[in-house]
Design a binder for this molecule. Structure first.
Ligand code: ZN
Length: 222
């Protein structure tokens, strides 16, 4: 069965996600905390399968006994129109809604795989690795270049960011993605995480917001 997306008023979204395309290293301070090098001409991209989706409003299932599971809070874009080799204007017109995602990452495994020069899909694409919120219709959202996001864990602030700090802003990110991967209606794009990533534990309470339009609390399953 495919994942049922919803608008923030609860109405079902009649689109099916076939893939989630994600940007890595899209905020300078996160690049720094990862001791990594900023991408220069093209964004770092990877894909999570549709089977990685889980509902961010339900108690969050995280893998046990696989080392540290990190939260990466990200702005999620719901794609409403097909995009291939697109212009910036087409890209902007194809975003139907904004939501929040946790790009859940098996950090120890990722570090191990990176060190060995191997692909790190297992660390980012496992079942449940893309926790996704409800979406807010784009007409109700702040402009794409000024979206605040924040995450607190057990009432302490962990991540805060604004889309204006993206190394590849949303329109150019979508264009770059569409050069390699056709985006289809229902596909989701994760736009990268600001600094402050860290481990989650069972029963953690999470508070998240996207500007003034999406605010909620959820928790990690015990
Ligand atoms: Zn990420």
């Amino acid at each position: 069965m495919s994942f049922q997306h919803r608008w923030h008023d609860g109405e079902a979204i009649e689109l099916t996600t076939k893939k989630v395309v994600c940007a890595g290293l899209n905020y300078a301070l996160h690049v720094k905390e990862m001791n990594s090098k900023a991408p220069d001409t093209e964004p770092v991209l990877f894909i999570k399968p549709a089977t990685a989706l889980q509902d961010l409003h339900a108690p969050l299932c995280i893998p046990k006994d696989r080392g540290a599971v990190h939260h990466e809070l990200e702005i999620a874009l719901l794609i409403g129109r097909r995009l291939s080799q697109c212009s910036a204007a087409e890209a902007v017109g194809a975003v139907s809604g904004l939501g929040l995602a946790l790009d859940l990452t098996l950090r120890d495994l990722q570090t191990e795989l990176k060190k060995a020069g191997r692909p790190w899909e297992k660390a980012k694409g496992f079942d449940g690795a893309c926790a996704i919120s409800h979406f807010v219709p784009i007409s109700q959202c702040p402009p794409l270049d000024n979206i605040d996001i924040a995450l607190s864990v057990n009432d302490s602030p962990r991540q805060q960011g604004n889309s204006r700090d993206m190394l590849f802003p949303i329109p150019s990110l979508l264009c770059a993605i569409s050069e390699y991967f056709t985006l289809e209606p229902g596909d989701i794009v994760l736009t990268g995480t600001p600094e402050g990533v860290g481990p989650l534990s069972g029963s953690d309470q999470l508070s998240m917001s996207l500007g003034q339009v999406l605010q909620f609390t959820t928790r990690v399953a015990p």
